[in-house]
Design a protein around this ligand. Structure first.
Ligand SMILES: [Fe+2]
Ligand SMILES: [Fe+2]
Length: 156
């Protein structure tokens, strides 16, 4: 599979699905906050969610506007060195770790909230599983391929 095809799959599945699910989940968490006003774990869930929502939206925009087009250009000119993906890739790796931490926080909060809306629990599980597969495709397949296309090694 070409890098371009890998990018298209990531956009059509993970990016599209995440953009659709985040606003739905935002509305459900907002509704929960109203019924459980002052509950510490609900506030914790809402805080971690608002943060991950903002970070993922900006993260995916950076990939779509900057990194993915750069990778497509690198692939089109295979063999050229120093095509500039290393900096953006390192930044994306850092943001992936941040997102995983926020998801851990959300998953933990969900377990501690009594009488949580089961739709929220299901959506958080979905977000967690989808994010792990999304990050896996980027970190284990796309980014190493991009580094190779640029003639650079992948740094963990
Ligand atoms: Fe992505
Ligand atoms: Fe990413």
């Amino acid at each position: 599979m070409t890098l371009r095809q890998q990018i298209q799959i990531i956009l059509d599945t993970h990016h599209a699905d995440t953009k659709q699910k985040l606003p739905e989940l935002a509305a459900r968490i907002e509704a929960l906050r109203k019924t459980k006003s002052g509950d510490q774990q609900t506030d914790r869930l809402a805080r971690a969610f608002m943060q991950i929502k903002g970070e993922m939206e900006s993260h995916m925009m950076k990939e779509e506007m900057i990194l993915f087009p750069m990778i497509e250009r690198a692939e089109a000119g295979m063999g050229m060195t120093g095509c500039g993906v290393q900096g953006p890739v390192s930044q994306m790796l850092y943001e992936h770790r941040e997102a995983k931490n926020l998801l851990l926080e959300m998953t933990d909060a969900v377990k501690r909230i009594d009488g949580i809306d089961p739709e929220i629990a299901t959506a958080v599980t979905w977000l967690n599983d989808d994010l792990y597969e999304h990050i896996r495709k980027e970190e284990e397949e796309l980014f190493p391929g991009a580094m190779k296309a640029c003639g650079a090694g992948m740094e963990a």
